[in-house]
Design a binder for this molecule. Structure first.
Ligand SMILES: NC(=O)c1ccc[n+]([C@@H]2O[C@H](COP(=O)([O-])OP(=O)(O)OC[C@H]3O[C@@H](n4cnc5c(N)ncnc54)[C@H](O)[C@@H]3O)[C@@H](O)[C@H]2O)c1
Ligand SMILES: [Zn+2]
Length: 241
């Protein structure tokens, strides 16, 4: 099937869907200029994200980890949502029940106007005290002090989920509730290798929901999909919505 026929099919399915959800990953923000982790721009000073975005790395060298986040926060402070984010925000206006489950920490869905957003991996604009657990929003770029400290004296850390950490319970509960009730899922710009998100599509598919993947390339979950559209999220989503 050619892409325009696929888009037409998804458009019709979406129109009829009662509780559509989107699962988004770094790919939806790529067109805003945010590097994905696995793309070639994801490296920082030759470190892979898996070497820095971990509790072990933070314990060993909080300054280095914060320098990496300073770089990411600096990048993100300059970017804007793209046509893909806006298309999903538009969809929420048409379908009240529509929700986004995102692995992104950049906050771009909310900035585009989406309100029903579950941030599975936290948000890079939140800082949390590693000692007392207190959380707050902090958009300062650059930070006054690296690593930043809490008023209690403890080290502050980025409010994101690191490799090897548990996902926030509230976000996870909300996610499973959405997955149990959805009849159509769009899987957009995610490599399908980070768990548990990688298993979400197969879960809802087994329940009988219609699953659609939008990605530049094939992924490990492509073979489970009802429709696979290979293209840029910013081109495809406005056509679907
Ligand atoms: N923007 C962000 O907040 C951001 C950026 C990088 C990494 N991360 C974190 O890293 C983890 C990485 O997992 P992931 O699966 O989200 O990302 P990933 O980097 O592993 O994969 C990105 C996927 O997006 C696809 N892609 C790239 N450009 C695209 C485009 N224009 N349109 C459609 N698809 C496109 C790629 O083919 C790839 O499959 C996540 O847990 C996330 O928290 C977040
Ligand atoms: Zn504290």
């Amino acid at each position: 099937m050619d892409t325009s026929r696929q888009i037409e099919e998804v458009r019709e399915r979406l129109e009829r869907a009662r509780r559509p959800v989107a699962l988004t990953g770094a790919g939806i923000s790529a067109e805003s200029g945010v590097p994905t982790f696995r793309g070639k721009d994801g490296l920082w000073r030759n470190y892979r994200a898996e070497e820095l975005a971990t509790p072990e790395a933070f314990r060993k060298d909080p300054e280095l980890v914060w320098e990496f986040y300073e770089w990411r926060r600096g990048l993100l402070s300059k970017v804007k949502p793209n046509r893909g984010h806006y298309a999903l925000a538009e969809l929420e206006k048409k379908k009240e029940e529509f929700a986004i489950i995102t692995q992104n920490v950049d906050g771009l869905h909310s900035l585009a106007g989406s309100r029903n957003v579950v941030e599975l991996h936290g948000n890079i604009w939140v800082v949390r005290c590693a000692v007392c657990g207190k959380e707050k929003e902090d958009r300062t770029v650059p930070m006054e002090e690296i690593p930043p400290r809490c008023s209690c004296g403890g080290l502050l850390r980025p409010g994101v989920v690191w490799f090897g950490e548990m996902l926030p319970v509230d976000a996870l509960n909300k996610t499973y509730e959405l997955l149990e009730n959805t009849d159509l899922m769009l899987v957009i710009g995610t490599s399908g290798v980070v768990q548990p998100a990688a298993s979400f599509a197969t879960m809802v598919k087994q329940r009988g929901a219609f699953v659609v993947e939008i990605n530049l390339e094939r992924t490990p979950v492509s073979s489970f999909m009802d429709v696979v559209i290979n293209g840029r999220a910013g081109d495809i989503l406005p056509q679907i919505v």
